[in-house]
Design a protein around this ligand. Structure first.
Ligand code: GLU
Length: 294
């Protein structure tokens, strides 16, 4: 299939416009940031990237929106801190660690570094933050799910920005949500948000892997063309854990729940402000169930 097969022209352009307007008007937003959007090539937390993300989130806060941040980077930051650089743990910075026990322990080192940086960075705007660590089991157990949503509701009422990550220290292979793309989609649905934005190191969903395929073109919107999109990206990144495939699946889950979602580049200038201004940004997932989640 060529990129024409997923051209936005196939979609109802009114539906795309409505979804873009709904995304712009969202009162409550989940923003998900991946490890690559927060760390440098040595896997250390990159303060410039993190400050940019925080500035982007503050653009939404200034517009009066409630923001829940789902942040990865704990394992990555742990590798950056204890990996080959300091020689405490023999982890290859380029490849990371594929030993699950080691990843769990590294996450605990990285998570506290991550929160230190977030707290300092948000402090520049006098914006309080909170840390919430959850597992798939927490969201599946009705009582814990209830406590999770109540805690977040209270924090949002207080104007706090909750920063959520998977509780990697206790999550097991079976219980792990799998990755934060699915966690952010579950959180978006559980918290009844109006928009999910997944920030990544490419600026949109492409018809192929843009890092390997120069012919790959950006897909402006995903709706009735979902199956074609799924097929195109399925091959190129099927084995890429936490790659574009899970981001697309997470965004689609949210769209099927009646809420718009956007996958966009964390490096794009003013990325969240652009979305809030209704400017075409990244790849927009058009809600399929009803109109929007208003
Ligand atoms: N929870 C993991 C971390 O903070 C990341 C999982 C993911 O990237 O999806 O390192």
């Amino acid at each position: 299939m060529t990129s024409d097969g997923v051209a936005v022209g196939e979609l109802d352009s009114d539906a795309v416009d409505r979804a873009r307007a709904a995304a712009a008007e969202a009162d409550r937003v989940v923003v998900k940031a991946g490890t690559n959007s927060l760390t440098d090539e040595e896997s250390r937390l990159d303060r410039v990237k993190l400050d940019k993300l925080v500035a982007d989130v503050m653009d939404l806060r200034r517009r009066g929106k409630e923001v829940v941040l789902v942040s990865s980077g704990a394992v990555g930051a742990g590798i950056g801190r204890l990996g080959n650089g300091e020689g405490i743990v023999d982890v290859d910075i380029d490849r990371g660690s594929d030993i699950i026990d080691e990843r769990q322990a590294l996450s605990t080192v990285g998570q506290s570094l991550l929160m230190r940086h977030y707290t300092q960075s948000f402090d520049r705007y006098e914006q309080p933050v909170a840390q919430i660590l959850v597992t798939g089991a927490d969201l599946d157990a009705p009582e814990r799910f209830d406590n999770f949503t109540k805690t977040v509701e209270t924090l949002l009422e207080w104007g706090v920005v909750p920063v959520i990550n998977e509780n990697d220290a206790v999550a097991t292979d079976e219980l792990r949500i799998g990755d934060n793309d699915m966690l952010s989609a579950s959180a978006a649905i559980a918290l009844d948000v109006d928009l999910l934005v997944t920030l990544t190191d490419v600026d949109a969903v492409y018809t192929g892997n843009p890092k390997r395929d120069p012919e790959a073109t950006a897909i402006e919107a995903v709706g009735t063309n979902y199956d074609a999109v799924r097929e195109l990206i399925g091959d190129s990144t099927a084995t890429d854990f936490g790659g574009i495939r899970t981001k697309v699946e997470g965004a689609r889950d949210v769209a099927e729940n009646g809420t718009p979602a956007v996958i966009a580049g964390s490096a794009t200038p003013d990325v969240l402000d652009r979305i809030a201004a209704g400017k075409p940004t990244g790849t927009l997932f058009v809600p399929t169930a009803g109109e929007t989640n208003e």
